[in-house]
Ligand binder design. Structure first.
Ligand SMILES: C[S@@+](CC[C@H](N)C(=O)[O-])C[C@H]1O[C@@H](n2cnc3c(N)ncnc32)[C@H](O)[C@@H]1O
Length: 355
């Protein structure tokens, strides 16, 4: 059946094959994700929250955005069921939808993650080329990567839940210990920790000069945190830490095994390493039915795996999975490894590791 016939069948509800219906939903959802991302970036959802129904012209006035663009965007949102429209052509964002949309979403922003589609789309041509010629796409090819990554980690980092993974860690941090965040990006997590625990000292390492410059700017004035540009493949003889943290920063390294060994060696006696990383199983067949499987593999294909390959690395991929994670941690020299999942963060696993 050609697409024209398929669309006609859909519009006339003539028993379109279920798989073709699914494909139509896929393109609808992909397009909706892009439009949600635009609404998120422009703050439209935050403006619409708890506001009375209004026409496109009125929403244009309320948001200060171009009326023609707002009208078309509301068309996408209304047909996708994100906003509702009444008989007078007025649009409203239902409260139970507003809970998850916008930077200030009360139940946690899900519009934030839609930005990944726009972050990845610009490298499609380069990924197609890599399929034919091998190699990878470097970090520098993703203009908004660190901005969107920092926004995602702000949503997944729960300070209390993370510290509570290790009994007694809160007291140690209160007394004063040395902490390192490896592959820290813009460093939002350790800046938050540095504010909460002024007697402890925090160090953030990252390969990206841009991310480290942003981290230093965000931390301005905090005396107990420092950021250094460092290729963590070379993270040897950089001192010993009582606590090492990685947030989503192992699977996209060039050589994750080498980094894990470096981290194991950097722990002071009695020290602990907490690794937050994507939760999945290692085998594809065990990930069929994973609620975020297609998202994880596609982000990996278009970012995590390819940035590792671009550094001459192994391209482990985001779906390296808990079985391989535990095996790599053991090989790196960790004798005690516990894996935990946290309720607020269904995307990730947390590995608590000691020598
Ligand atoms: C997925 S991001 C996570 C960033 C940050 N931890 C967060 O959660 O927002 C992975 C980070 O690892 C950094 N990275 C990649 N390869 C690295 C290397 N060889 N040495 C140090 N950092 C590296 C990247 O620049 C990036 O900031």
């Amino acid at each position: 059946m050609c697409l024209t016939h398929t669309l006609e069948a859909a519009s006339q509800n003539e028993g379109m094959p279920p798989f073709a219906q699914e494909l139509l939903q896929t393109i609808n959802h992909g397009a909706t994700a892009m439009a949600i991302s635009i609404g998120h970036r422009l703050g439209i959802f935050d403006t619409m929250r708890e506001k009375s129904p209004a026409t496109a012209a009125q929403w244009s006035a309320r948001t200060g955005l171009n009326e023609r663009y707002i009208a078309e965007w509301l068309g996408a949102m209304a047909t996708a069921g994100i906003v509702t429209m009444d008989a007078e052509g007025r649009y409203v964002l239902p409260n139970d939808h507003a809970d998850f949309l916008g930077a200030e979403a009360p139940a946690g922003s899900m519009s934030s993650m839609m930005q990944w589609i726009g972050v990845l789309a610009p490298v499609e041509d380069e990924i197609v080329k890599c399929f034919r010629e091998g190699g990878g796409v470097p970090y520098s090819a993703y203009p908004r990567f660190h901005e969107v990554m920092a926004e995602e980690s702000a949503g997944t980092f729960d300070q209390d839940a993370t510290i509570a993974l290790v009994p007694g860690l809160d007291e140690q941090l209160e007394e004063g210990i040395s902490v390192c965040d490896v592959g820290c990006g813009r460093g939002r997590s350790i800046i938050q920790l540095a504010q909460a625990y002024p007697r402890s000292h925090f160090t953030g390492y990252d390969l990206s000069t841009e991310a480290i410059a942003d981290a230093r700017r965000f931390a301005a004035g905090l005396p107990n945190v420092e950021f250094t540009v460092l290729d963590c493949m070379e993270m040897t003889d950089r001192g010993r830490f009582d606590l090492v943290l990685t947030f989503d920063a192992i699977h996209d390294q060039p050589h994750p095994d080498k980094l894990l060994s470096n981290i194991a060696r950097s722990l002071a006696p009695g020290g602990v390493y907490i690794a937050q990383d994507i939760w999945a199983h290692t085998k594809v067949e065990d990930n069929v039915g994973h609620p975020m499987g297609p998202f994880i593999y596609t982000v990996s294909l278009m970012h995590c795996m390819t940035v590792s390959l671009a550094q001459g690395g192994v391209g482990l991929g985001a779906a390296w999975g808990e079985e391989q994670a535990i095996s790599l941690l053991q090989q790196a020299g960790f004798g005690s490894i516990a894996m935990r999942r946290l309720e607020h963060d269904p995307l990730n696993a947390y590995y608590i590791c000691r020598s």
